[in-house]
Design a protein around this ligand. Structure first.
Ligand code: PLP
Length: 286
């Protein structure tokens, strides 16, 4: 089936989906993005993703290209045209096209909008969740404004490539105090030997993941004890369980960190239960 992308007002065949060479996203990584899960053809947590997008745009002083509801229409249409039942929809907004100059362009330059959607095999994700994944740790080397979901992802690209070359699925960034911040494209969690769920606070140093927010709600409904605090690599090695969260993976158990087995080396029951209950709390748009 031929894929379709939305590019600046038009639905075009994926092979012809182009942006201008002077798009500021292309030249300066001057843009932001969102990734939403698609499940049963429906977008998950659209409202929360649109709120975070609006915040990212505000922080970078990029104007909102169209109302969030209209962006939602474009995303749903892209999902529909690509016949995606389970997968992801990707939305990117950049500061637009202008003569190359670091400072913001003068006058009214419309932001560029790109939307793509693609299918993923839910069975494969479930098999991966049943096995668990390996992660490695890498030094934190990103700018401090990782709370903005910017397309400037070079450190994340390098970290995830390093993970792949080490036979792992994700890399956890570790700051100069030896504390885990988050993954290259996921938030990082552990469960202590006392059964306490621990994840880095979202006010600084990480992206406030939408999946993270929903998992905190699921955990509270399940009566789990949660601490939003930094945890060290040593604490992670000694954890009973570990897992990552993101819209593309939901809750994915981690069974090895830097080659060391976590807990009994198999996915833990807390991660499994959080994964199973996730969609009872996540918002499903009609
Ligand atoms: N942290 C980083 C650096 C990410 O890139 C992502 C997702 O892309 C996340 C965390 C998880 O965010 P979400 O749950 O909104 O997908």
């Amino acid at each position: 089936m031929s894929r379709i992308a939305y590019v600046n007002g038009r639905y075009v065949p994926h092979a012809h989906a182009m942006v201008h060479v002077e798009d500021r996203g292309y030249q300066f990584a001057d843009g932001v993005y969102e990734v939403c899960e698609v499940r049963g053809g429906r977008m998950i947590d659209e409202r929360r993703h649109m709120e975070r997008l609006a915040r990212s745009l505000r922080e970078l002083q990029i104007s909102q290209p169209m109302p969030p509801s209209a962006l939602g229409v474009v995303m749903r249409e892209t999902i529909r045209r690509n016949k995606v039942r389970d997968g992801i929809v990707y939305l990117q907004v950049t500061r637009g096209v202008a003569r190359r100059d670091h400072v913001f362009p003068e006058g009214e330059v419309p932001p560029s909008v790109v939307v793509t959607a693609r299918s993923a095999d839910p069975g494969k994700a479930e098999r991966q969740a049943a096995d668990g994944i390996a992660v490695i740790t890498v030094p934190e080397n990103r700018w401090p404004r990782v709370d903005i979901k910017s397309v400037s992802l070079l450190p994340n690209v390098l970290a995830k490539q390093a993970a792949k070359e080490a036979g792992a699925r994700e890399a956890w960034f570790v700051d100069t105090d030896g504390m885990v911040t988050e993954g290259g494209s996921t938030n990082a969690w552990i469960v202590t030997m006392d059964g306490v769920l621990v994840t880095h606070p979202a006010d600084i140093g990480i992206l406030r993941g939408i999946t993270r927010t929903v998992v905190l709600e699921v955990a509270s409904r399940q009566g789990l004890r949660v601490e939003e605090r930094a945890f060290s690599v040593e604490e992670a090695y000694a954890a009973r369980e570990a897992f990552i969260t993101a819209a593309s993976t939901i809750v994915m158990p981690v069974v090895r960190i830097d080659g060391r087995p976590i807990g009994n080396g198999h996915p833990g029951s807390i991660a499994r239960d959080l994964r199973a209950a996730f969609h009872e709390v996540a918002e499903i748009a009609l």
